[in-house]
Design a protein around this ligand. Structure first.
Ligand SMILES: C[S@@+](CC[C@H](N)C(=O)[O-])C[C@H]1O[C@@H](n2cnc3c(N)ncnc32)[C@H](O)[C@@H]1O
Length: 324
């Protein structure tokens, strides 16, 4: 696997004890959650306001119901960790932007109630047994950046024989997707919290995935931010080692310069081949529902392009990375 400033190897930290969810004091000593390399603020999830608290508490008129957390007190004690990989993997250019968004009471409830059942903190500490994670040996596709998860839930409902490991750093979206999976009874969805690069590099075994979906990744339109775009040669090197031959990488974007970049780097990669016979873009396949960000792009008059590339056999001397 070739490495770059975008996806550097970092020493694997010592594995924590099985019950190593950080205690309040320990969290307080961590590096700022998702501190960014170009000075972006710490992850808003650690600072955003609390959702409406338990209505079983009597409410004195004029007295705020907001629970003020003690320093270091986790926001969702049973939910996603604020910074699952800790500072071990900090020195990387990130493809996501910290977003300050309010978690609704319904999302907070789902995070507390369903995270222990369907959530996965991306801590980079172990290689996953995907059959164990999903409770079956069905095919598994990874979706990076599901946003609020509506399209993910629709795809999971339409194809119950495919397991979807859906990953994002966006806490309200995680709560929303858990709620959708619960309401629609979708046992084939797991919700990952953290950086998908760390998941791919540290926690997915070679050839373990049947596909990869990246729908409307952040376009990073400014030139100085292009290095943050997810779909780059180094990312494809990593992905190629985790997707089994025949598996499909499916990307979609409404940002045409990024679509051109995706087409260039995917077409140039020796381990992927374009499924479009003319070597260009594909139209949206039926199984992909329109997504929230896609809708916003279409409203602005943007053109949407899909790309579907198949993973080809590893060539001799080009073996998959071990994940070490
Ligand atoms: C522009 S949104 C698109 C959301 C959704 N796919 C849609 O089309 O509505 C991109 C999402 O990717 C997530 N993201 C970007 N890079 C990521 C990474 N390395 N790991 C996990 N999530 C990431 C962001 O947090 C954001 O929610």
């Amino acid at each position: 696997m070739s490495e770059s400033s975008n996806i550097p190897e970092t020493p694997r930290p010592a594995a924590p004890a099985p019950d190593a969810r950080p205690q309040p004091a320990e969290q307080g000593t961590r590096a700022p959650a998702h501190a960014d390399t170009d000075g972006a603020p710490a992850h808003p999830d650690t600072r955003a306001p609390e959702p409406t608290p338990d209505s079983s508490h009597p409410h004195t008129p004029g007295v705020s119901l907001r629970h003020i957390r003690a320093k270091g007190e986790p926001r969702f004690p049973d939910g996603p960790m604020p910074d699952p990989a800790g500072s071990h993997f900090e020195r990387r250019i990130r493809s996501f932007q910290p977003r300050r968004s309010r978690v609704t009471a319904g999302q907070a409830d789902a995070l507390q109630r369903l995270w222990p059942k369907w959530g996965l903190d991306i801590d980079g500490q172990q290689v996953l047994d995907l059959a164990e994670l999903f409770g079956n040996a069905n095919r598994v596709v990874l979706e990076i950046g599901f946003g609020m998860g509506e399209a993910t839930a629709q795809m999971a409902a339409a194809d119950p024989g495919t397991n979807i490991l859906a990953v994002d750093v966006h806490t309200p979206g995680q709560g929303n997707l858990l709620n959708l999976a619960d309401q629609s009874g979708l046992p084939n969805v797991r919700v990952g919290n953290g950086d998908a690069i760390i998941l791919l590099r540290e926690m997915i075994a070679p050839d373990a995935l049947d596909g990869l979906r990246v729908y409307f990744p952040d376009p990073w339109p400014k030139k100085r931010h292009h290095k943050r775009r997810l779909i780059q040669p180094e990312f494809l090197d990593l992905a190629a080692g985790r997707i089994r031959p025949g598996g499909i990488v499916h990307c979609a974007t409404d940002w045409e310069p990024y679509a051109e970049q995706m087409l260039d780097v995917l077409s140039a990669h020796p381990e992927f081949e374009n499924t479009a016979s003319d070597g260009g873009f594909a139209s949206r396949p039926e199984f992909r529902p329109p997504t929230r960000f896609e809708g916003q792009g279409l409203e602005k008059g943007h053109v949407v392009n899909d790309l579907l590339f198949r993973r080809v056999q590893h060539r001799e001397g080009n073996q998959p990375p071990t994940g070490a």
